[in-house]
Design a protein around this ligand. Structure first.
Ligand code: NAD
Length: 294
């Protein structure tokens, strides 16, 4: 069997196009232009690349970017004051604080200071709780992207066995909650799970969010399963050339899985597309407009 490759790049481009169309209609019919504030503290090169890509995507979607850059030395009070200013600004519909933050700043305190209605990363405890309670919420972008990719293969996930490897607050746990909300039967596996290969072999949908290169082997995968690989790992070959691989041994998995996301070009592009979607949703919600059908 050769797995169907879930083309996240194309699916994300389609979603971004649909969001841009909805933004255009919102502007034309209601005069609202969604605004997203991305707050970057310091000069972490990876964070700078992420923020640049997010800002480019925001502009392409017809939204207003409100980027704010603060020095690495910024104090917690100053950052909290900026969050309060953005919370109060009606032109700003979404706020994202790029993580990680420098050690003098308590990330949890900063996340909790964001207005939950503008929390487009879905990390605020209120949104985490609402997702867990099955209530409407802004939900984290990468997990949302994973579920949307799985649904391109299984329009309904109801009754399927889903195994999520990883229990982080930004990927593993919210992905599991979203799959549960889709009526899948969900198992969360992690570093203390006994006999991980056997747990994985139960999965009709296997989500790997571990951060270990090519950790999930082909023989761990149930034949025909859908594999969503969240991992982004940089590895070097014998000649010292570096490349990005996922958490799944892709070549092995291709022979067993029914469908699989490649790395790069799978989950990664969906994260920014879902950030735009969340910003659009937040704008509609804040203005008393119906949920956009995107
Ligand atoms: P994390 O380090 O916070 O969590 C990793 C999880 O993997 C932990 O819950 C841990 O229990 C589990 N784990 C570690 N070793 C294990 C083992 N031996 N067996 C079973 N489980 C094990 O990482 P994270 O932030 O959740 O990210 C996971 C991966 O996803 C990373 O590679 C990260 O770069 C990637 N990521 C990608 C995107 C994207 O947009 N595609 C977004 C976020 C994270």
């Amino acid at each position: 069997m050769t797995a169907h490759i879930i083309d996240g790049k194309t699916i994300a481009a389609g979603l971004r196009g649909n969001v841009a169309d909805a933004v255009h209609r919102l502007k034309r019919d209601r005069g609202h232009v969604p605004g997203l504030a991305v707050v970057l503290v310091g000069r972490n090169p990876a964070s700078e690349v992420y923020v640049r890509n997010k800002t480019k995507a925001v502009i392409e979607a017809g939204m207003h970017p409100f980027d704010r850059n603060l020095p690495d030395s910024v104090g917690e009070d100053e950052l909290l004051a900026l969050i309060a200013e953005l919370n109060a600004d009606p032109k700003v519909n979404g706020i994202l604080v790029q993580l990680p933050l420098p050690p003098q700043i308590d990330s949890q305190k900063v996340i909790a200071a964001i207005d939950p209605a503008k929390d487009v990363d879905g990390f605020h405890p209120l949104n985490v709780g609402r997702l867990g309670s099955g209530l409407p919420a802004l939900v984290p972008c990468t997990p949302l992207g994973c579920v949307r990719l799985a649904r391109t293969v299984h329009p309904s996930l109801a009754g399927l066995e889903a195994v999520v490897i990883g229990r982080s607050n930004i990927v593993g746990k919210p992905v599991a909650q979203l799959l549960l909300a889709e009526n899948a039967t969900v198992t969360i596996a992690h570093s203390k799970t006994a006999d991980l290969p056997a747990v994985c072999r139960r999965a009709d949908v296997l989500v790997a969010a571990i951060g270990r290169p090519e950790f999930v082997r082909g023989h761990w995968i149930k034949p025909g399963a859908t594999v969503i690989d969240v991992g982004i790992n940089r590895v070097s070959d014998a000649a010292g050339k570096s490349r990005i691989v996922g958490d799944v041994a892709y070549a092995e998995a291709l022979d067993v899985a029914g469908a699989i996301t490649p790395v790069p070009g799978g989950v990664g592009p969906m994260t920014i597309a879902c950030l735009l979607l969340n910003t659009l949703r937040a704008t509609c919600e804040q203005n008393g407009l119906p949920e956009p059908a995107v």
